[in-house]
Ligand binder design. Structure first.
Ligand code: NAD
Length: 291
């Protein structure tokens, strides 16, 4: 039987609709909408596109968008000062510093200066700790989006054998923490894992976050498994053009999987939607509002 294709664009639209409703309720009760500040340093073309999309979607759901576009030569001290100003600004509920930062800037120092309650990327060590000990927190957007998509395939993830390929701080590790919170039995595989295909074949839920085009093959997939492809890889396409592919060989894996996300149109669109959701959560945390 052909796999269920999990439509990330449609699910992201549902998440944004819910965020827009939450924002309306907040405006009605508190008189003003949550605000998201995005800081972009330099001219990285991909980052510029992300920041433009984030700002447009922030406004679309009725939130306030604050954009700070700084030249590549901006000093670390100036960026730190801006982050501290945003921390103190009551109209700003979420702060996102777009990565990568220029080489002369210590990204870790900048990210660790963001008030953890405004850290809508969920990268601050305080939020990493809160996630692992199961406290209410701001969870990184891409893993959150991936978990929402997995739940479109089955009503509950409880008890599933989950394999996450990749152990980065922004995807693999928080993904593992989230799935553990969903009561999955979690294995984290990485570049040093022995017999990766064999490990993957144990997965009822497989999340690939590696950055290697079409690494995961059909015979790595347990029949009926849920496959969430986080990878975004640009590869040569037809007629001298390029195209995007994931970390999963989509066509062949879709023949065996029970449900699968495409690339593009899977996890990608979920990331900004979850960022907006996190901004609402940040507002609620700051105002002491329960979920
Ligand atoms: P990363 O380079 O920081 O981490 C990659 C991980 O893959 C590492 O932990 C490494 O151990 C593991 N790995 C490398 N080679 C491997 C191999 N041969 N076998 C098994 N594991 C291996 O990357 P990242 O930031 O976690 O991103 C992973 C992918 O997800 C990239 O393609 C990236 O573009 C994509 N991504 C997508 C979104 C989105 O919004 N959809 C967001 C973030 C990242």
């Amino acid at each position: 039987m052909a796999a269920q294709i999990i439509d990330g664009k449609a699910v992201a639209a549902e998440v944004r609709k819910q965020v827009a409703e939450d924002v309306k309720a907040i405006v009605a009760s508190h008189g003003s909408a949550p605000g998201l500040a995005v800081v972009l340093v330099g001219e990285d073309p991909a980052s510029k596109v992300y920041v433009k999309n984030k700002a447009a979607q922030t406004v679309e759901v009725g939130m306030q968008s604050f954009e700070y576009k700084l030249p590549a030569e901006t000093s670390e001290h100036e960026i730190l000062t801006l982050v501290q100003r945003l921390n103190a600004n009551p109209n700003v509920n979420g702060i996102l510093v777009q990565l990568p930062l220029p080489k002369h800037v210590n990204a870790e120092k900048i990210l660790n200066t963001i008030d953890p309650d405004k850290d809508v990327d969920g990268f601050h060590p305080t939020n990493v700790g809160r996630l692992w000990i199961g406290e209410r927190t701001l969870v990184p957007c891409t893993p959150t989006g991936s978990a929402i998509l997995a739940k479109k395939a089955v009503p509950s993830l409880q008890g599933l054998n989950a394999v996450v390929i990749g152990r980065s701080n922004i995807v693999g590790k928080p993904m593992a923490a989230l799935l553990l919170r969903e009561s999955c039995t979690v294995t984290v595989a990485h570049s040093k894992t022995k017999d990766l295909p064999g490990v993957c074949r144990t997965a009822d839920l497989l999340v690939a976050a590696v950055g290697i085009p079409e690494l995961v093959k059909k015979d790595w997939i347990k029949p009926g498994a849920i496959v969430i492809d986080v990878g975004i890889n640009r590869v040569p396409g037809e007629n001298g053009k390029t195209k995007l592919v994931g970390d999963v060989a989509y066509d062949e894996c879709a023949e065996v999987a029970g449900a699968i996300t495409p690339v593009p149109g899977g996890v990608g669109p979920m990331t900004i939607a979850c960022l907006l959701q996190n901004t609402v959560t940040a507002f609620k945390i700051q105002k002491g509002i329960k979920d």
